[in-house]
Design a protein around this ligand. Structure first.
Ligand code: SAH
Length: 362
Protein backbone atom coordinates (compact mmCIF):
# COMPACT_ATOMS: atom_id res chain seq x y z
CA UNK A 1 0.00 0.00 0.00
CA UNK A 2 1.14 3.56 -0.74
CA UNK A 3 2.46 5.83 2.03
CA UNK A 4 -0.76 7.86 1.82
CA UNK A 5 -2.82 4.65 2.03
CA UNK A 6 -1.05 3.75 5.28
CA UNK A 7 -1.65 7.24 6.64
CA UNK A 8 -5.38 7.08 5.75
CA UNK A 9 -5.68 3.64 7.40
CA UNK A 10 -4.13 5.01 10.59
CA UNK A 11 -6.55 7.98 10.51
CA UNK A 12 -9.55 5.66 10.16
CA UNK A 13 -8.29 3.23 12.81
CA UNK A 14 -8.03 6.18 15.19
CA UNK A 15 -11.05 8.33 14.29
CA UNK A 16 -13.45 6.07 12.40
CA UNK A 17 -14.58 6.01 8.75
CA UNK A 18 -14.11 9.12 6.57
CA UNK A 19 -16.42 10.32 3.78
CA UNK A 20 -15.64 9.58 0.12
CA UNK A 21 -15.25 13.35 -0.26
CA UNK A 22 -12.51 13.49 2.36
CA UNK A 23 -10.83 10.40 0.88
CA UNK A 24 -10.78 11.96 -2.62
CA UNK A 25 -9.50 15.26 -1.25
CA UNK A 26 -6.62 13.51 0.55
CA UNK A 27 -5.82 11.26 -2.43
CA UNK A 28 -5.47 14.25 -4.77
CA UNK A 29 -4.25 17.15 -2.66
CA UNK A 30 -2.74 15.88 0.63
CA UNK A 31 0.08 18.43 1.09
CA UNK A 32 2.94 15.88 0.85
CA UNK A 33 1.50 12.67 -0.53
CA UNK A 34 -1.47 13.78 -2.71
CA UNK A 35 -1.50 12.61 -6.31
CA UNK A 36 -1.05 16.07 -7.87
CA UNK A 37 1.38 17.37 -5.28
CA UNK A 38 4.66 15.80 -6.33
CA UNK A 39 4.44 14.52 -9.88
CA UNK A 40 3.73 15.34 -13.51
CA UNK A 41 0.83 13.01 -14.33
CA UNK A 42 0.24 14.02 -17.95
CA UNK A 43 1.12 12.56 -21.34
CA UNK A 44 2.29 9.24 -22.73
CA UNK A 45 4.73 8.62 -19.83
CA UNK A 46 2.17 9.67 -17.23
CA UNK A 47 -1.30 8.54 -16.28
CA UNK A 48 -3.58 10.39 -18.65
CA UNK A 49 -3.69 12.86 -21.56
CA UNK A 50 -5.80 16.02 -21.71
CA UNK A 51 -6.99 18.11 -24.67
CA UNK A 52 -4.23 20.77 -24.44
CA UNK A 53 -1.62 17.96 -24.34
CA UNK A 54 -3.14 16.34 -27.46
CA UNK A 55 -2.64 19.37 -29.66
CA UNK A 56 -1.52 23.01 -29.66
CA UNK A 57 -4.74 23.74 -31.58
CA UNK A 58 -6.78 23.44 -28.39
CA UNK A 59 -5.00 26.19 -26.43
CA UNK A 60 -4.72 28.36 -29.55
CA UNK A 61 -8.47 28.26 -30.18
CA UNK A 62 -9.19 29.01 -26.51
CA UNK A 63 -6.75 31.96 -26.65
CA UNK A 64 -8.62 33.41 -29.63
CA UNK A 65 -11.94 32.69 -27.89
CA UNK A 66 -10.68 34.73 -24.92
CA UNK A 67 -9.65 37.62 -27.19
CA UNK A 68 -13.15 37.71 -28.73
CA UNK A 69 -14.84 37.60 -25.34
CA UNK A 70 -12.57 40.46 -24.21
CA UNK A 71 -13.61 42.48 -27.25
CA UNK A 72 -17.32 41.82 -26.54
CA UNK A 73 -16.77 42.95 -22.91
CA UNK A 74 -15.77 46.42 -24.20
CA UNK A 75 -11.99 45.72 -24.14
CA UNK A 76 -11.26 46.37 -20.45
CA UNK A 77 -7.63 47.22 -19.62
CA UNK A 78 -6.36 45.55 -17.52
CA UNK A 79 -8.25 42.29 -17.92
CA UNK A 80 -7.51 39.33 -15.63
CA UNK A 81 -6.89 36.11 -17.55
CA UNK A 82 -7.23 33.38 -14.94
CA UNK A 83 -6.69 29.65 -15.45
CA UNK A 84 -7.92 27.09 -12.90
CA UNK A 85 -5.78 23.95 -12.51
CA UNK A 86 -3.35 24.66 -15.39
CA UNK A 87 -1.56 21.25 -15.35
CA UNK A 88 1.66 21.63 -17.37
CA UNK A 89 0.89 25.20 -18.48
CA UNK A 90 0.46 24.03 -22.08
CA UNK A 91 -2.99 25.54 -22.61
CA UNK A 92 -1.93 28.97 -21.34
CA UNK A 93 1.30 28.90 -23.35
CA UNK A 94 -0.57 28.09 -26.61
CA UNK A 95 -3.33 30.59 -25.78
CA UNK A 96 -0.88 33.47 -25.18
CA UNK A 97 1.01 32.71 -28.41
CA UNK A 98 -2.21 32.71 -30.45
CA UNK A 99 -3.41 35.91 -28.74
CA UNK A 100 -0.44 37.78 -30.25
CA UNK A 101 -2.58 38.38 -33.32
CA UNK A 102 -4.69 40.72 -31.14
CA UNK A 103 -1.92 42.98 -29.73
CA UNK A 104 -4.30 45.21 -27.72
CA UNK A 105 -5.62 42.14 -25.91
CA UNK A 106 -2.10 40.87 -25.20
CA UNK A 107 -1.15 44.30 -23.85
CA UNK A 108 -4.19 44.43 -21.53
CA UNK A 109 -3.59 40.93 -20.10
CA UNK A 110 -2.67 40.18 -16.54
CA UNK A 111 -2.43 36.40 -16.00
CA UNK A 112 -3.10 34.46 -12.78
CA UNK A 113 -2.71 30.69 -12.53
CA UNK A 114 -4.67 28.98 -9.75
CA UNK A 115 -2.77 25.86 -8.71
CA UNK A 116 -2.49 23.84 -5.48
CA UNK A 117 0.48 21.71 -6.53
CA UNK A 118 3.97 23.23 -6.10
CA UNK A 119 5.39 20.62 -8.51
CA UNK A 120 2.95 21.56 -11.27
CA UNK A 121 3.40 25.29 -10.53
CA UNK A 122 7.15 24.82 -11.23
CA UNK A 123 6.43 23.04 -14.52
CA UNK A 124 4.02 25.87 -15.46
CA UNK A 125 6.69 28.44 -14.63
CA UNK A 126 9.17 26.76 -17.01
CA UNK A 127 6.55 26.44 -19.74
CA UNK A 128 5.65 30.15 -19.55
CA UNK A 129 9.09 31.71 -18.98
CA UNK A 130 9.28 33.04 -22.53
CA UNK A 131 5.61 33.90 -22.95
CA UNK A 132 6.23 37.60 -22.38
CA UNK A 133 3.12 38.06 -20.23
CA UNK A 134 2.97 39.07 -16.54
CA UNK A 135 2.00 35.88 -14.64
CA UNK A 136 1.31 35.25 -10.96
CA UNK A 137 0.47 32.02 -9.12
CA UNK A 138 -2.21 31.71 -6.44
CA UNK A 139 -3.65 28.75 -4.51
CA UNK A 140 -7.32 29.78 -4.77
CA UNK A 141 -9.59 31.96 -6.92
CA UNK A 142 -10.32 34.19 -3.90
CA UNK A 143 -6.64 35.26 -4.01
CA UNK A 144 -6.72 36.38 -7.66
CA UNK A 145 -6.73 40.16 -8.27
CA UNK A 146 -10.10 41.93 -8.61
CA UNK A 147 -11.46 43.25 -11.89
CA UNK A 148 -13.07 42.04 -15.11
CA UNK A 149 -11.88 38.50 -15.79
CA UNK A 150 -11.77 35.80 -18.42
CA UNK A 151 -11.43 32.44 -16.72
CA UNK A 152 -10.41 29.15 -18.36
CA UNK A 153 -10.76 25.73 -16.72
CA UNK A 154 -9.97 22.47 -18.53
CA UNK A 155 -10.51 19.30 -16.47
CA UNK A 156 -10.65 21.30 -13.24
CA UNK A 157 -14.15 20.52 -11.93
CA UNK A 158 -13.66 16.75 -12.27
CA UNK A 159 -10.77 16.94 -9.79
CA UNK A 160 -12.94 18.45 -7.03
CA UNK A 161 -13.94 15.88 -4.37
CA UNK A 162 -17.55 14.63 -4.43
CA UNK A 163 -19.85 13.34 -1.71
CA UNK A 164 -21.72 10.12 -2.50
CA UNK A 165 -25.03 8.97 -1.02
CA UNK A 166 -26.57 5.50 -1.40
CA UNK A 167 -30.32 4.77 -1.17
CA UNK A 168 -31.05 2.12 1.50
CA UNK A 169 -34.55 1.28 2.77
CA UNK A 170 -35.99 4.60 1.64
CA UNK A 171 -33.22 6.77 3.16
CA UNK A 172 -29.96 8.27 1.86
CA UNK A 173 -26.77 7.23 3.63
CA UNK A 174 -23.39 8.82 2.92
CA UNK A 175 -20.78 6.52 1.41
CA UNK A 176 -17.64 6.26 3.51
CA UNK A 177 -14.19 4.68 3.42
CA UNK A 178 -13.62 2.30 6.35
CA UNK A 179 -11.36 -0.60 7.32
CA UNK A 180 -12.61 -4.12 6.60
CA UNK A 181 -11.99 -7.21 8.82
CA UNK A 182 -8.45 -7.57 7.39
CA UNK A 183 -7.59 -3.93 8.01
CA UNK A 184 -7.86 -3.01 4.29
CA UNK A 185 -9.60 0.09 2.92
CA UNK A 186 -13.20 -0.66 1.91
CA UNK A 187 -16.35 1.32 1.08
CA UNK A 188 -19.02 1.58 3.77
CA UNK A 189 -22.13 3.59 4.63
CA UNK A 190 -22.69 6.04 7.46
CA UNK A 191 -24.92 4.73 10.23
CA UNK A 192 -27.04 7.91 10.35
CA UNK A 193 -29.24 8.66 7.33
CA UNK A 194 -28.86 12.07 5.68
CA UNK A 195 -31.93 14.14 6.65
CA UNK A 196 -31.76 16.96 4.09
CA UNK A 197 -31.80 15.27 0.67
CA UNK A 198 -35.42 14.96 -0.46
CA UNK A 199 -34.84 13.20 -3.82
CA UNK A 200 -36.60 9.83 -4.28
CA UNK A 201 -34.76 6.95 -5.95
CA UNK A 202 -34.72 3.17 -6.30
CA UNK A 203 -33.09 0.98 -3.66
CA UNK A 204 -29.31 0.93 -4.14
CA UNK A 205 -29.12 4.10 -6.28
CA UNK A 206 -26.06 6.35 -5.84
CA UNK A 207 -26.34 10.14 -5.77
CA UNK A 208 -23.20 12.25 -6.18
CA UNK A 209 -23.10 15.77 -4.78
CA UNK A 210 -20.16 18.01 -5.64
CA UNK A 211 -20.53 20.27 -2.61
CA UNK A 212 -17.07 21.78 -3.13
CA UNK A 213 -18.05 22.49 -6.76
CA UNK A 214 -21.31 24.17 -5.66
CA UNK A 215 -19.44 26.42 -3.21
CA UNK A 216 -16.95 27.20 -5.96
CA UNK A 217 -19.74 28.13 -8.42
CA UNK A 218 -21.30 30.47 -5.84
CA UNK A 219 -17.95 32.22 -5.41
CA UNK A 220 -17.18 32.37 -9.12
CA UNK A 221 -20.71 33.52 -10.11
CA UNK A 222 -20.68 36.24 -7.44
CA UNK A 223 -17.31 37.50 -8.66
CA UNK A 224 -18.42 37.65 -12.31
CA UNK A 225 -21.72 39.37 -11.42
CA UNK A 226 -19.92 41.99 -9.36
CA UNK A 227 -16.75 42.54 -11.38
CA UNK A 228 -17.60 41.41 -14.90
CA UNK A 229 -16.30 38.69 -17.19
CA UNK A 230 -16.86 35.11 -18.26
CA UNK A 231 -15.60 31.64 -17.31
CA UNK A 232 -15.27 28.64 -19.65
CA UNK A 233 -15.39 25.12 -18.19
CA UNK A 234 -14.54 22.08 -20.30
CA UNK A 235 -14.83 18.71 -18.65
CA UNK A 236 -15.80 15.07 -18.75
CA UNK A 237 -19.41 14.89 -17.66
CA UNK A 238 -23.13 14.80 -18.31
CA UNK A 239 -25.64 17.54 -19.14
CA UNK A 240 -28.51 16.27 -16.98
CA UNK A 241 -28.47 15.32 -13.30
CA UNK A 242 -28.84 11.56 -12.80
CA UNK A 243 -27.96 8.72 -10.46
CA UNK A 244 -24.80 6.63 -10.59
CA UNK A 245 -21.35 6.12 -9.14
CA UNK A 246 -18.87 7.86 -11.49
CA UNK A 247 -15.83 7.79 -9.23
CA UNK A 248 -12.89 6.48 -11.23
CA UNK A 249 -9.18 6.08 -10.76
CA UNK A 250 -6.59 5.95 -13.54
CA UNK A 251 -2.96 4.91 -13.29
CA UNK A 252 -0.64 4.59 -16.31
CA UNK A 253 -3.63 4.97 -18.71
CA UNK A 254 -5.53 2.06 -17.06
CA UNK A 255 -8.51 2.02 -14.72
CA UNK A 256 -7.69 0.90 -11.17
CA UNK A 257 -9.81 0.57 -8.02
CA UNK A 258 -10.16 3.99 -6.31
CA UNK A 259 -9.08 2.54 -2.95
CA UNK A 260 -6.10 0.49 -4.20
CA UNK A 261 -3.18 2.92 -3.90
CA UNK A 262 -4.36 6.38 -2.85
CA UNK A 263 -1.96 9.10 -3.98
CA UNK A 264 -0.64 6.97 -6.86
CA UNK A 265 -3.66 7.19 -9.20
CA UNK A 266 -5.71 10.11 -10.52
CA UNK A 267 -9.22 10.05 -9.06
CA UNK A 268 -12.05 11.93 -10.76
CA UNK A 269 -15.85 12.04 -10.89
CA UNK A 270 -17.96 13.04 -13.89
CA UNK A 271 -19.08 16.65 -13.75
CA UNK A 272 -22.84 17.15 -13.30
CA UNK A 273 -23.07 20.28 -15.46
CA UNK A 274 -26.77 20.84 -14.73
CA UNK A 275 -26.03 20.96 -11.00
CA UNK A 276 -23.08 23.33 -11.47
CA UNK A 277 -25.24 25.54 -13.73
CA UNK A 278 -27.99 25.77 -11.06
CA UNK A 279 -25.55 27.14 -8.49
CA UNK A 280 -23.99 29.56 -10.96
CA UNK A 281 -27.44 30.86 -12.02
CA UNK A 282 -28.46 31.34 -8.39
CA UNK A 283 -25.83 34.10 -8.16
CA UNK A 284 -27.46 36.04 -11.01
CA UNK A 285 -24.90 34.99 -13.62
CA UNK A 286 -25.88 33.78 -17.11
CA UNK A 287 -25.01 30.20 -18.11
CA UNK A 288 -24.44 29.04 -21.71
CA UNK A 289 -24.35 25.34 -22.64
CA UNK A 290 -23.24 22.77 -21.84
CA UNK A 291 -22.53 21.85 -25.45
CA UNK A 292 -20.38 19.03 -26.83
CA UNK A 293 -16.65 19.82 -26.97
CA UNK A 294 -16.70 18.71 -30.62
CA UNK A 295 -19.38 21.27 -31.56
CA UNK A 296 -17.60 23.99 -29.58
CA UNK A 297 -14.22 23.45 -31.27
CA UNK A 298 -15.83 23.19 -34.70
CA UNK A 299 -17.60 26.52 -34.15
CA UNK A 300 -14.22 28.04 -33.24
CA UNK A 301 -12.75 26.88 -36.54
CA UNK A 302 -10.63 23.84 -35.66
CA UNK A 303 -10.97 22.45 -39.21
CA UNK A 304 -9.39 25.51 -40.79
CA UNK A 305 -6.65 25.60 -38.14
CA UNK A 306 -5.80 21.91 -38.62
CA UNK A 307 -5.51 22.37 -42.41
CA UNK A 308 -3.33 25.48 -42.05
CA UNK A 309 -0.94 23.71 -39.65
CA UNK A 310 -0.77 20.60 -41.87
CA UNK A 311 0.13 22.70 -44.91
CA UNK A 312 3.00 24.37 -43.08
CA UNK A 313 4.29 21.16 -41.42
CA UNK A 314 7.06 18.94 -42.83
CA UNK A 315 5.56 15.98 -44.77
CA UNK A 316 6.32 13.41 -42.03
CA UNK A 317 4.09 15.40 -39.62
CA UNK A 318 1.40 15.90 -42.25
CA UNK A 319 -1.46 13.87 -40.78
CA UNK A 320 -0.67 14.60 -37.11
CA UNK A 321 -3.04 17.59 -37.03
CA UNK A 322 -5.89 15.76 -38.73
CA UNK A 323 -5.51 12.88 -36.21
CA UNK A 324 -5.53 15.32 -33.28
CA UNK A 325 -8.52 17.17 -34.71
CA UNK A 326 -10.46 13.94 -35.00
CA UNK A 327 -9.60 12.90 -31.44
CA UNK A 328 -10.74 16.27 -30.06
CA UNK A 329 -14.01 16.63 -32.01
CA UNK A 330 -14.95 13.04 -33.01
CA UNK A 331 -17.93 11.54 -31.22
CA UNK A 332 -17.01 7.86 -31.60
CA UNK A 333 -15.41 5.45 -29.11
CA UNK A 334 -12.10 6.72 -27.73
CA UNK A 335 -12.78 10.25 -29.04
CA UNK A 336 -13.48 13.30 -26.88
CA UNK A 337 -15.98 15.30 -28.91
CA UNK A 338 -19.17 14.12 -27.17
CA UNK A 339 -17.79 12.83 -23.84
CA UNK A 340 -16.46 16.27 -22.99
CA UNK A 341 -18.75 19.30 -22.63
CA UNK A 342 -18.15 23.05 -22.64
CA UNK A 343 -20.11 25.47 -20.46
CA UNK A 344 -19.78 29.22 -19.86
CA UNK A 345 -20.76 31.22 -16.77
CA UNK A 346 -20.84 34.96 -17.46
CA UNK A 347 -21.90 38.36 -16.32
CA UNK A 348 -25.25 39.20 -17.99
CA UNK A 349 -23.68 42.21 -19.73
CA UNK A 350 -21.42 39.89 -21.75
CA UNK A 351 -23.04 38.83 -25.06
CA UNK A 352 -23.33 35.08 -25.77
CA UNK A 353 -19.70 33.97 -26.26
CA UNK A 354 -18.28 32.44 -29.49
CA UNK A 355 -19.44 28.85 -29.95
CA UNK A 356 -22.53 29.39 -27.77
CA UNK A 357 -24.41 31.81 -30.00
CA UNK A 358 -27.78 30.53 -31.13
CA UNK A 359 -27.62 29.31 -34.72
CA UNK A 360 -29.10 31.86 -37.13
CA UNK A 361 -32.72 31.12 -38.04
CA UNK A 362 -33.15 29.53 -41.46
N1 SAH B 1 -5.94 21.86 -17.10
C1 SAH B 1 -4.87 20.89 -17.21
C2 SAH B 1 -4.75 19.96 -15.98
C3 SAH B 1 -5.97 19.21 -15.54
S1 SAH B 1 -5.64 18.19 -14.12
C4 SAH B 1 -5.01 20.11 -18.49
O1 SAH B 1 -6.11 20.10 -19.04
O2 SAH B 1 -4.04 19.49 -18.92
C5 SAH B 1 -6.23 19.14 -12.77
C6 SAH B 1 -5.39 20.34 -12.39
O3 SAH B 1 -6.07 21.01 -11.31
C7 SAH B 1 -4.00 20.06 -11.88
O4 SAH B 1 -3.17 21.11 -12.30
C8 SAH B 1 -4.20 20.07 -10.36
O5 SAH B 1 -3.02 20.26 -9.64
C9 SAH B 1 -5.19 21.19 -10.22
N2 SAH B 1 -6.03 21.18 -9.02
C10 SAH B 1 -6.68 20.13 -8.48
N3 SAH B 1 -7.45 20.51 -7.42
C11 SAH B 1 -7.29 21.85 -7.33
C12 SAH B 1 -7.82 22.86 -6.45
N4 SAH B 1 -8.66 22.55 -5.49
N5 SAH B 1 -7.45 24.15 -6.65
C13 SAH B 1 -6.59 24.48 -7.66
N6 SAH B 1 -6.07 23.57 -8.51
C14 SAH B 1 -6.40 22.28 -8.35
Amino acid sequence: MSALGDEIKATIAHGGPITVERFMELALTHPDLGYYMNRDPFGAQGDFTTAPEISQMYGELLGLWAAEVWSSMGRPNPVRLIELGPGRGTLMSDALRAARIVPEFRAALDVTLIETSPTLANIQYEALLTSGAPIAWRAALSEAPDGPAIILANEFLDALPVRQFVRRSGRWRERTVRLDGRGQLAFGLSSDPEPHIKVEADEGATLEVNAVGHRFMFELGARLVKQGGAALFVDYGHSATGFGDTLQAVHAHRMVGPLVDPGEADITAHVDFAAMARSARATGAAVYGPIDQGDFLRALGIEVRARALAERAPPERGDEFERARRRLVGKGAGEMGALFKAMVVANRAVPPPPGFQPYPAR
